[in-house]
Design a protein around this ligand. Structure first.
Ligand SMILES: NC(=O)C1=CN([C@@H]2O[C@H](COP(=O)(O)OP(=O)(O)OC[C@H]3O[C@@H](n4cnc5c(N)ncnc54)[C@H](OP(=O)(O)O)[C@@H]3O)[C@@H](O)[C@H]2O)C=CC1
Ligand SMILES: Nc1nc(=O)c2c([nH]1)NC[C@@H]1CN(c3ccc(C(=O)N[C@@H](CCC(=O)O)C(=O)O)cc3)C=[N+]21
Length: 299
């Protein structure tokens, strides 16, 4: 049976370190870390995530502000808000919850965020820094960064000689995950919907990262015995066994099958999800240290 990688516990350690660092910065310089989360529209899942980001930020002792805008907010109004947050010295991190409503140009909004406040790591400047190994001054996207910390718990920081397969090539998960694994010396393949014989490719992976958005797609017999499996997927599926109309969260990996083969595996919930929020807090406090001209902590 695989070791269960407890993302909730590791995330709690990260959050504790963030809180200590935020307190120390405040005591030394008077700077309180400020995080602004912007949500447009009423998507219930997004609202849950935004609320838990706000809760964690307060737990870390941050100045936490939330801007909940109606679904029909104009692009110009959102642009004006981002410009205001960019100029606000009390705000060190800006997160605009994605996806945005279809009438708003998501790319334009992301590129408008000051790269020094882009705690999601989605701005071209931060993407470019990650791609060229300039991570000391960059922000690394939270989900891949959190996934790397979980891998590190099992395999250490140096992945020399290891084969990694990332399933999914999105800008927010798959591509930055590729860059981080490569930087850690793994030999990395990125798979996607056009990949031939995905099961066979997955079976080559010492480290398998699933970021597909397809509930329980990756089966136990796709997994190399002993592999480290990181399940990024968050999918809500019907759970009639829990009662009429009930749902539950599952990952992109068929956990029960995979657990019998893998060496270590992240559960859903309680795996990568809590790490994502913890790394958002980490990026925010790092941003505040940089703004104050202090040497930031390393996570
Ligand atoms: N835990 C967390 O904090 C987070 C979790 N997530 C979750 O992670 C998952 C992925 O998110 P995200 O990267 O944004 O998703 P996207 O929908 O942007 O990307 C999905 C990727 O999976 C690929 N794909 C889709 N179907 C298949 C298939 N049948 N075989 C192989 N590859 C396939 C797509 O390929 P192609 O490019 O060819 O279309 C694409 O590259 C989702 O479940 C999401 O909810 C996301 C962000 C944070
Ligand atoms: N600009 C932006 N940045 C993001 O980082 C971002 C985003 N937009 N849009 C949506 C995705 C998704 N995402 C999650 C964060 C935490 C959990 C999480 O904490 N999950 C818990 C379960 C939560 C529950 O019960 O619903 C867990 O896995 O244990 C999940 C998903 C961040 N995202």
């Amino acid at each position: 049976m695989a070791e269960r990688i407890d993302g909730k516990a590791v995330a709690a350690e990260v959050v504790e370190k963030v809180r200590t660092a935020a307190d120390a910065l405040r005591a030394k310089t008077g700077v309180q870390t400020g995080l602004a989360v912007v949500i447009v529209g009423e998507d219930p899942a997004s609202q849950v995530y935004v609320a838990s980001k706000g809760r964690k930020a307060k737990e870390c002792g941050f100045h936490s502000v939330e801007h909940a805008l109606p679904e029909d907010t104009s692009e110009d109004d959102l642009v004006a808000l981002i410009e205001r947050l960019n100029a606000d010295p009390a705000i060190h991190g800006i997160l605009v919850q994605l996806p945005l409503p279809k009438h708003i140009d998501e790319g334009r909004i992301i590129q408008l965020i000051d790269p020094d406040k882009d705690v999601d790591g989605f701005h071209f400047i931060n993407v470019g820094k990650l791609g060229t190994g300039e991570v000391a001054t960059a922000f690394v996207p939270c989900t891949p960064a959190g996934s790397m910390l979980l891998i590190e718990r099992v395999l250490g920081r140096d992945l020399s000689g290891k084969t990694a397969v990332v399933v999914g090539r999105s800008n927010i998960v798959g591509k930055p995950m590729f860059n981080l694994l490569l930087a850690a010396n793994a030999t990395v393949t990125v798979a996607h919907s056009r990949t031939a014989d995905l099961p066979a490719l997955c079976r080559t992976a010492d480290i398998l990262v699933a970021a597909v958005g397809r509930p329980q797609m990756i089966k136990g017999d796709w997994i190399k015995p002993g592999a480290v499996v990181i399940d990024v997927g968050i999918n809500r599926i019907p759970a009639p066994e829990r009662g009429e109309g009930k749902t539950r969260l599952v990952g992109d990996v068929d956990f029960d099958g995979a657990e019998k083969v893998a060496g270590a595996i992240t559960p859903v919930p309680g795996g990568v999800g809590p790490m994502t929020i913890a790394m958002l807090m980490a990026n925010s406090v790092v941003s505040a240290y940089r703004a104050a001209g202090e040497e930031p902590p390393v996570f």
